[in-house]
Design a protein around this ligand. Structure first.
Ligand SMILES: NC(=O)C1=CN([C@@H]2O[C@H](COP(=O)(O)OP(=O)(O)OC[C@H]3O[C@@H](n4cnc5c(N)ncnc54)[C@H](OP(=O)(O)O)[C@@H]3O)[C@@H](O)[C@H]2O)C=CC1
Ligand SMILES: O=C(CO)COP(=O)(O)O
Length: 339
């Protein structure tokens, strides 16, 4: 049994707490809202997991001192934009080393840092045993129904990855390991951009050919950037690559797909964000990926098209027209570059 605190009681932090509590760990779930801690201690989290009865063994708190003191393993489950703030609050209370796990999917605009890099910026090395990334095709709504789900625990240190594999693994939640931290973080973050784009073409009524095209060419541009950043190409054919791309582009649960769908149907970014009430990571990540494409001099036409729609007010139909009218290419150009 491990002593674990999950920081962030949105849909994913709560679903992972469900898994950890069921696995018999000494689990505490931290939220920054006192009334939400009380609700979870009464076994529901209606805003984020509607209609779900949580087990008694999930204990929630809004007391940061208690949450940090409790943990040998710290699971960060807040959106990317809150990672630095929450890490700083944790650092101010740390008195011993902890194993950090993050489950968020994003890249920080401007600094262009991956989440594990942001955590290492904020927490001194003397308090970090390791940082492990848990990522893969996994919607919270299905995990709490105990539907079969597979994810990967990524860390260059295989012992740490194995410990996190053991922590989460059970009969419905199967965890693999991977040593390619860059590939896993880039795949998890950038698939949200492609899901937004697929949502848009679905919203425009373009159908399945367009969906397949964006998913396939989207994966090509994610891999193209990832490899330039130091990822292993094969990671993109794994759970945190094509696996997560499939689930996010095709699931009714995906916030990124749903946000894109509303954009395709003519809503503005502001209207969409107001209606969602949950994090849509792909929007900020589009800005970061657009900057990364420039930094690494990598062509990322779908990201570029989405950037124009989200941040430059270009109509989705026009962005699609522009994508289709690009110069002709060899489909395997990227592969040739990799060989
Ligand atoms: N949902 C899913 O199925 C999956 C999500 N993820 C990733 O997990 C991360 C979290 O997503 P998810 O749980 O879905 O997001 P949600 O929008 O469901 O919840 C976000 C949670 O973070 C809290 N929060 C936001 N800002 C802060 C802050 N500054 N300090 C403390 N708490 C804060 C919110 O609090 P409040 O309620 O007060 O706003 C809320 O509890 C994202 O990166 C997402 O991509 C990964 C895999 C699956
Ligand atoms: O990462 C996810 C599933 O693996 C969640 O995707 P959304 O944020 O689009 O819901």
């Amino acid at each position: 049994m491990e002593k674990v605190t999950v920081f962030g009681a949105g849909s994913w932090g709560t679903a992972l707490s469900y898994v950890l509590a069921q696995n018999g760990h000494d689990l505490l779930l931290w939220t920054h809202r006192k009334e939400q801690a009380e609700e979870i201690n009464n076994h529901t989290n209606e805003r984020y997991l509607k209609g779900v009865q949580l087990p008694d063994s999930i204990k929630a708190t809004a007391d940061l001192d208690r949450a940090v003191a409790h943990a040998d393993i710290i699971v960060l489950a807040v959106p990317t934009k809150a990672i630095r703030e929450v890490s700083r609050d944790i650092r101010a209370r740390l008195s011993k080393k902890a194993l950090f796990v993050h489950v968020s999917k994003g890249i920080e605009p401007d600094s262009l840092k991956r989440i594990s890099e942001m955590i290492r910026d904020e927490i001194p090395a003397e308090f970090i045993e390791e940082v492990v990334i848990l990522s893969g095709p996994s919607h919270a709504e299905e995990v709490v129904l105990e539907h079969p789900t597979t994810v990967t625990a990524a860390c260059a240190n295989t012992q740490a990855a194995n410990r996190i594999q053991d922590l989460f693994m059970n009969s419905y939640f199967r965890v693999y390991t991977n040593t390619d931290v860059i590939g896993v973080e880039i795949g998890g973050a950038l698939k949200n951009i492609i899901a937004l784009a697929v949502g848009i073409t679905d919203g425009l009524g373009y159908g399945d050919n367009a969906k397949a095209a964006i998913m396939t060419r989207g994966l090509a541009e994610i891999a193209r950037l990832g490899v330039k950043m130091g990822a292993t190409p094969l990671t993109f054919s794994g759970l945190s690559g094509v696996g997560d791309l499939i689930v996010t582009c095709t699931s009714v649960h995906s916030r990124n797909w749903r946000a894109g769908n509303m954009l395709g149907k003519g809503k503005s970014v502001e209207e969409v964000l107001e209606e969602m009430g949950m994090v849509v990571e792909g929007i900020r990540t589009t800005k970061a990926a657009h900057q990364l494409a420039e930094r690494y001099q990598v062509p990322m036409p779908i990201t570029q098209a989405l950037y124009m729609v989200l941040f430059e007010g270009v109509k989705p139909e026009l962005a699609v027209e522009e994508l289709m009218g690009r110069m002709k290419k060899n489909e395997m150009e990227d592969l040739v570059d990799l060989l």
